[in-house]
Design a protein around this ligand. Structure first.
Ligand code: C5P
Length: 240
């Protein structure tokens, strides 16, 4: 039987992509399938946690063993996450939150003008960074003692810096405790069931030799188990 090492822990997981409305029938979306977040929620429930899953657009069935909050846009996801986070011991942000949204949402369907080739220009504005806000709220005391916050990063390497360099910088910028790093250079993560990640801990990332914990390629369920193993270790270290 599965170890109940998350028994009594309240866990919040975000999953899926956000949809940023343009008008009543259109949105800007992304290719997230929600598989990793759903696998994380299921695995946490199996290990005894009380799980809240904030789900955007997902292509997989939602587990029945968890409390589900459905959202569409990044702003809705933000409201749901910031409202729930203070009641959760662990927050794992696996969702692909859109960085930008249309500046205005039209009340009516945007129509083409007959007899004209004109097309509208969509102006975008930045969305708030929900992960950063969760960490800020924790810093302001709006979180249970010892709350653990986990972020995700899909990174590519370039001539100047490696995937790991980008990830270390992101970990520092976001202020979370653990970053789950996906190397998406090969473009092989979205929508697939197998994945390969590196787990970077904030309390170790500043060490020169720190390369994180490499999780071997496997199903998103296997990867979810490895993430929870690391979170359980973190919970125990933070409470001693
Ligand atoms: O900055 P980037 O999008 O790479 O960061 C990814 C991490 O930040 C993920 O954990 C994602 O859920 C979270 N995020 C967020 N709000 C945003 C953008 C990303 O919470 N607006």
């Amino acid at each position: 039987s599965t170890a109940q090492d998350l028994a009594g822990r309240r866990v919040l997981v975000t999953a899926g992509g956000t949809r940023e409305p343009l008008d009543p029938v259109r949105y800007l979306g992304n290719r997230s399938s929600g598989r990793q977040g759903v696998a994380l929620a299921e695995a946490a429930a199996a290990r005894g946690a009380r799980v809240t899953l904030v789900a955007g657009a997902v292509e997989v069935p939602l587990p029945e063993s968890v409390t589900v909050v459905r959202v569409e846009s990044a702003l809705q996801m933000r409201d749901a996450v910031l409202a729930a986070a203070p009641e959760h011991d662990v927050v794992v942000m696996a969702a692909a939150v859109a960085d930008f949204r249309p500046a205005a949402v039209a009340d009516h369907k945007i129509k083409k003008t007959e007899g004209s080739d004109e097309a509208p220009v969509v102006r975008l504005v930045r969305n708030p960074d929900i992960l950063v806000e969760v960490v800020e709220n924790r810093g302001a005391g709006r979180a249970p003692a010892g709350q653990v916050v986990v972020g995700f990063a899909a990174e590519t390497g370039d001539a100047d810096s490696s995937v790991l360099d980008h990830a270390r910088a992101k970990l520092a910028r976001k202020g979370c405790d653990l970053l789950v790093v996906n190397d998406v250079s090969a473009g092989k993560v979205f929508g697939r069931d197998d994945t390969e990640v590196v787990l970077l801990r904030a309390d170790r990332a500043d060490r020169a030799d720190s390369v994180g914990v490499a999780v071997p390629a496997g199903s998103k369920t296997k990867v979810a188990e490895a993430i929870w193993d690391e979170v359980v270790a973190l919970i125990h270290e933070l409470s001693t």
